[in-house]
Design a protein around this ligand. Structure first.
Ligand code: HEC
Ligand code: HEC
Ligand code: HEC
Ligand code: HEC
Length: 233
């Protein structure tokens, strides 16, 4: 009897673990987001983040590669030491994997929406739901709900994982593979969040109606919303 109970509990634990594994948010790709956020999508397409995968191709950015002691004639698009920072969700569920189509509607071969905003499988639908609620009842939804579903608001941390991942940077716990493009190669590769977040590397900002409210409010929010464009109806 005791042994039977132990086995039963063991099986229950396995089911629990399996459910926990299934429950983790996964990457869904750019098109899911741009279906609703088409203007963000259009301006993101013009950024170097959107084109980051191209830099790994042979004979592109040859001078830059030489300066960083890389081989300009080499194709780095299948190199696991490179693609992690030049794609979205590398090696994670739904994210980019070696050999996957870097393009297509998902555009996982790019620094896409979810590289900064977090894997979208679980929060994507909450956005539309929150807007409907706002329009119907004038009530905003606590931002905590979407944080619990995988949406990231710690942008500085997301940037640092790619931009400051080299030895001697201010990022604690930097680990290989490091970026080859460090301030030691050229001062222009130094990364200051407060400056970098205000450049054309990001998409245009558009006015929010306020479907979400409460902590965490990103520290750039008020600043960006002051000058944000109106969304065409
Ligand atoms: C998944 C990795 C990744 C994340 C996350 C990321 N970046 Fe980048 N970023 C890159 C790569 C790779 C490039 C170089 C693109 C190229 O030209 O190939 C880049 C380029 C840039 C540039 C240079 C643009 C230019 O045209 O000179 C700026 C500025 C920048 N990122 C800012 C940011 C900021 C701010 C964040 C966070 C809000 C961020 N990045 C998040 C990988 C990342
Ligand atoms: C830890 C993250 C990371 C890894 C790993 C990484 N990169 Fe990058 N890469 C970046 C970031 C961030 C930038 C943007 C630097 C900037 O403009 O400040 C970048 C920029 C570049 C650029 C454009 C430089 C320029 O001046 O336009 C090339 C080319 C490039 N990477 C190639 C590679 C290759 C090849 C590898 C593998 C050997 C690699 N990267 C590995 C993060 C990474
Ligand atoms: C390199 C990082 C990065 C990428 C890639 C990125 N975003 Fe953003 N996004 C930000 C930051 C930083 C903010 C400013 C946050 C704020 O004001 O709260 C922002 C704000 C937003 C906002 C709020 C309103 C606004 O305009 O400021 C929306 C909506 C949004 N992004 C959607 C997207 C979509 C859709 C994509 C992909 C097509 C995308 N983002 C790609 C970093 C990024
Ligand atoms: C069903 C349509 C829809 C989809 C799909 C969708 N969003 Fe949204 N999103 C919205 C609406 C509506 C808002 C609320 C805008 C407002 O307050 O005016 C919003 C808000 C946001 C915000 C700002 C949240 C805040 O703090 O107020 C960000 C960032 C964002 N979306 C990014 C994304 C990303 C990244 C994806 C893809 C994984 C995505 N969205 C998918 C409709 C959508």
């Amino acid at each position: 009897m005791k042994r039977f109970l132990q086995q039963l509990l063991g099986a229950a634990a396995l089911v629990f673990l399996a459910q926990a594994a299934v429950a983790a948010p996964t990457y869904v790709g750019v098109k899911v987001c741009t279906k609703c956020h088409s203007y963000h999508g259009d301006s993101w397409t013009e950024t170097s983040h959107a084109k980051a995968f191209d830099s790994l191709k042979a004979n592109t950015k040859a001078e830059e590669k030489k300066k960083a002691k890389l081989d300009p004639a080499k194709d780095y698009t299948k190199d696991k030491d490179c693609v992690g920072c030049h794609s979205t969700g590398f090696g994670k569920p739904g994210g980019y994997a070696l050999g996957k189509d870097p393009g297509g509607p998902e555009q996982l071969g790019s620094v896409g929406c979810e590289a900064c905003h977090g894997p979208g499988s679980d929060y994507r639908d909450e956005h539309g739901t929150a807007e409907k609620k706002l329009l119907k009842t004038s009530q905003s939804t606590p931002r905590k709900l979407i944080v619990g579903k995988g949406q990231n608001f710690d942008y500085e941390k997301a940037c640092a994982a790619c931009h400051l991942n080299f030895q001697g940077s201010s990022l604690k716990g930097a680990k290989v593979p490091f970026t080859p493009f460090t301030p030691a190669v050229d001062a222009k590769y130094s990364f200051e969040y407060d400056k970098a977040v205000r450049t054309k590397a990001l998409h245009e900002h558009y006015k929010l109606k306020g479907a979400f409210t409460g902590e965490p409010v990103p520290k750039v929010r008020a600043d960006f919303q002051k000058t944000a464009k109106d969304l065409p109806e």
